[in-house]
Design a protein around this ligand. Sequence first.
Ligand code: VGL
Ligand code: ZN
Length: 206
Amino acid sequence: MKIGPDDVLLIIDVQNDFCPGGALAVADGDAVVPVVNRLAARFDHVVLTQDWHPAGHSSFASSHPGAAAFSAITMSYGPQTLWPDHCIQGTAGAAFHPDLATDRAELVIRKGFRAAIDSYSAFFENDRTTPTGLAGYLRERGLERVVMAGLATDFCVQYSALDARRLGFETTVVLPGCRAIDLGGSLATATTAMRQAGVALVEEIA
Ligand code: VGL
Ligand code: ZN
C-alpha cells in the first residue's frame, strides 16, 4: 500500500509493562519502538492505545484466589486469560515506553479501565460489543484505512485487527513492529485468524 492522507497508524500498547523488565514483559517487546517510530513519521494521523487498568482488575490472576497467572477462566462475557498485575493506571508500568514518539499522536485510546471486563481490542471490550469509541472517531474523521503495530501480536493487536475488519476498515498489520506473548501457540492461531479475516500482514509499508 501507499500511505495516503486518510490512513491512520494505530500503535497498540507500547508500554513499559509489556517491555523487558515490565510486569507482563513480551520477549523483545522494546524492539518495536524504532520500527513504530519510523512508521509514525510517515503517517498524517497517529492514534495510540494504552492498556489502563484499575488496581484489582478482574483480568489479574491476583484478583482470583488460587488462580495462576496465564491460566484461563470463564467470565460472564466468555473466556479470559488471567495476567500478572500490569498497566495499573498512573504507574510507571502503564506509561508509554520512554523512546516511543508520542508527540504526533492525535488520540490516545485508554482501555481496560472497567474493573469487571478486560479490553484487548482498541475498538471493543472483551464482550465484543461495548465500544471504545474509536470506530466512531475514525469514521467521523473519514479515516478508512488502519495500519497497526505494537504489543502484543496475539492479543491486543490481533483483537484490534479482527475488530477493524469486522467494522469494515481496510486493515494492515506491520509484523516487524509487533511482538507476541505466544501462550500455547497463540501466535500461530492469531496469524491464521487475521489472514482469514482479510487482514494484510506485511513486512513493511512501501
Ligand atoms: C495485552 C494482555 C493483557 C496486550 C494487554 O496489550 O496485548 N495483553 N493486557
Ligand atoms: Zn491488560
